[in-house]
Write a protein that binds this ligand. Structure first.
Ligand SMILES: [Zn+2]
Length: 75
């Protein structure tokens, strides 16, 4: 979605709009497009909700496997 502030994206959990920015959403880096453009895909859930969502889903799991998106952010 486009606003006067730039691109914004609605989080599918909190339903809030956040700037389409790696600061607010986890990103997945896809292979570059044929024209050499960077091809990034943003997660549908904002970072804050992502944490809550995945913690709730896997309560008390010792082997906490991080998603690819999280690994990319941590790197
Ligand atoms: Zn959210």
């Amino acid at each position: 979605m486009e606003t006067e502030l730039g691109k914004e994206k609605q989080c599918s959990v909190c339903k809030d709009f956040w700037p389409m920015d790696p600061e607010f959403f986890f990103t997945k880096t896809l292979p570059p497009k044929k024209n050499g453009e960077q091809n990034k895909s943003y997660d549908s859930v904002c970072k804050a909700c992502y944490e809550i969502k995945y913690r709730k889903r896997k309560p008390g799991r010792r082997n906490n496997i991080r998603s690819t998106a999280e690994k990319l952010v941590a790197a």
